[in-house]
Design a protein around this ligand. Structure first.
Ligand code: 8YV
Length: 329
């Protein structure tokens, strides 16, 4: 029997491509070319499965151009690149990579929070530019982490990881807002208290966004929400671009309506709103919250494991949908 055909849409660890090649006929992308939607659809026309990395849009148009496609394994916990309804209707399985990146991403959320609140990037640029000539009482004076109020919007696994770091490591008072409340046991474990979104925005010294991107979470933070925040507050986005209105945020930062922001994700990334590039009180990183070698390898292996388990007939390991009827070749 011939092996299922798999497309690997971006360059990934060679050892993971080699693993896939033991099970499948693999078309890889060693030069990491960014294929247009049309080119991706053309390459998927004869494929049974796809390995994606979170930025390839899987929608009804692509699915109808790829009639053999049965599974798309995303190397990401977020899967807003999937039109899940279209995939389910077409009988196409989707999978993601939860859990393996939780602690690494929570570490990064905290790193970005500390870099932002303590003005680490801004002060490093100052030093490198040769501007450090003396001590000043207010030089790069930022805001405290310890003992402050941490507001987390989106209390999934990563949000809970950030809450635990804040409460247990830094003695922070943690409040959160989420679509649903955590169980009392989980609230106690995270030392976190549920509040409405407006109360969180009004009271938090640091607001961290960790919610999934959906049409309902588009511009969760816009001009109105920024206006509720304290002028001394910081805002951290490690969730997805589009959750924050970046143009409104640039205005709030420039006018010091909030103190600072740390952003790992952007609307329309990899391009960044030009106004964010010119305000000093923002720390900008290129979507690297999950980027440690062990975690990226674990994500790639979990995406590969999903493809292997699916075609072995064991079913997907970490599904994001449940198509009623599988697609036939
Ligand atoms: C990925 C992410 O690096 O897992 C996610 O949802 O945002 C990141 O960990 C990115 O999506 C590329 O796969």
């Amino acid at each position: 029997m011939s092996k299922p055909r798999i497309l690997v849409a971006r360059a990934i660890f060679p050892e993971v491509v080699a693993r896939l090649a033991q099970h499948f006929e693999v078309e890889a992308n060693p030069d990491d070319v960014i294929w247009s939607p049309q080119e991706l659809a053309a390459r998927l026309a004869d494929k049974d499965g796809a390995f994606t990395t979170g930025s390839q849009r899987i929608d009804a148009a692509l699915l109808s151009a790829a009639p053999r496609l049965k599974i798309v394994a995303n190397m990401a916990v977020g899967y807003n690149n999937f039109d899940v309804d279209a995939m389910t209707a077409a009988g196409v399985q989707g999978t993601n990579t939860p859990d393996v990146l939780t602690e690494t991403t929570a570490d990064f959320g905290f790193a970005l929070l500390m870099a932002t609140a303590r003005r680490i990037a801004e002060s490093e640029h100052f030093l490198r530019a040769g501007k450090w000539t003396t001590w000043r009482y207010d030089m790069f004076a930022g805001s405290d982490i310890h003992g402050s109020t941490l507001g987390i919007i989106g209390m999934g696994r990563i949000g809970q990881g950030i809450a635990k770091r804040g409460a247990h490591g830094f003695g922070m008072n943690v409040v959160y807002h989420n679509r649903s409340r955590l169980s009392p046991a989980l609230e106690a474990e995270c030392k976190a208290r549920y509040v409405e979104k407006d109360e969180l925005l009004r009271t938090a010294d640091h607001v961290v966004l960790v919610l999934p991107y959906t049409p309902a979470s588009h511009h969760t933070i816009g001009a109105d929400e920024l206006a509720l925040m304290k002028p001394t507050a910081t805002l951290i986005n490690i969730a997805r671009g589009g959750i924050v209105d970046d143009a409104a945020l640039a205005v709030a930062l420039r006018e010091r309506r909030i103190a600072a922001a740390g952003l790992d994700v952007f609307e329309g990334e990899p391009s960044v709103h030009p106004d964010l590039l010119t305000v000093p009180n923002v720390v900008l990183t290129p979507h690297i919250a999950s980027a440690t070698v062990p975690t990226r390898l674990a994500m790639a292996n979990l995406a590969a494991d999903n493809l292997i388990a699916f075609f072995d007939g064991r079913g997907p390991l970490t599904p994001v949908n449940q198509p009623a009827a599988a697609r036939s070749a």
